[in-house]
Design a protein around this ligand. Structure first.
Ligand SMILES: Nc1ncnc2c1ncn2[C@@H]1O[C@H](COP(=O)(O)OP(=O)(O)O)[C@@H](O)[C@H]1O
Ligand SMILES: O=C(O)C1=C[C@@H](OP(=O)(O)O)[C@@H](O)[C@H](O)C1
Length: 156
């Protein structure tokens, strides 16, 4: 997205890890999920105040109402939606998953994805300005659809 919009990119999970000096899995292990969510809220506030950029949010960043307000107030938010089986396959095939995606529920990957998507769907709906089907399509095609929609926005 950053390349296609010629904007800098910020990965919120990376900012959280750099600030903490440890991986997301270690933050969960030492500080519990609440500690991670506190860090996520603080880092989101910081990056949302920086000059225009593409921000890759973690999938749980929409859980707190304060974060949702920050996203809606400062950004144009795209919901990269995909069916649970596709998400579970991508998670299973991703090299950084063990450090990046500690289990949230203790369930199998596919059951966890189904559970969290059910819990979060209305929150994604609340904050997203655009919902994109990110299943079964190359990332470049998805990025181009988002860029086309973004380029039509007058205020950006
Ligand atoms: N459109 C796509 N087609 C195939 N694989 C994808 C696509 N989008 C993402 N992936 C893969 O899915 C995994 C998770 O993607 P990632 O960008 O890390 O997701 P997120 O940060 O939203 O959790 C990565 O291995 C990535 O290469
Ligand atoms: O869905 C979630 O609650 C989380 C998603 C992760 O980010 P990605 O969506 O980039 O995997 C990361 O923020 C953390 O493991 C929690």
């Amino acid at each position: 997205m950053g390349d296609s919009l010629a904007l800098p990119v910020c990965d919120l999970d990376s900012v959280i890890e750099e600030t903490a000096g440890m991986s997301i899995a270690d933050i969960f292990a030492r500080e519990t999920e609440t500690g991670f969510r506190d860090r996520e809220t603080k880092c989101l506030e910081e990056v949302a105040g920086q000059p225009k950029r593409v921000i890759a949010l973690g999938g749980g960043a929409i859980l707190r109402s304060m974060n949702r307000r920050t996203i809606m107030r400062t950004g144009w938010c795209v919901w990269l939606d995909a069916d649970p089986a596709t998400i579970a396959d991508r998670i299973a095939g991703d090299a950084t998953t063990r450090e990046r995606r500690p289990s949230l529920t203790g369930k199998s990957v596919v059951d966890e994805v189904i559970d969290v998507m059910n819990q979060r769907e209305s929150l994604y709906r609340e904050v997203a300005d655009m919902r994109v089907d990110a299943s079964k399509r190359p990332a470049e095609e998805i990025a181009s659809e988002i860029r086309d929609a973004f380029s039509k926005l007058p205020q950006w």
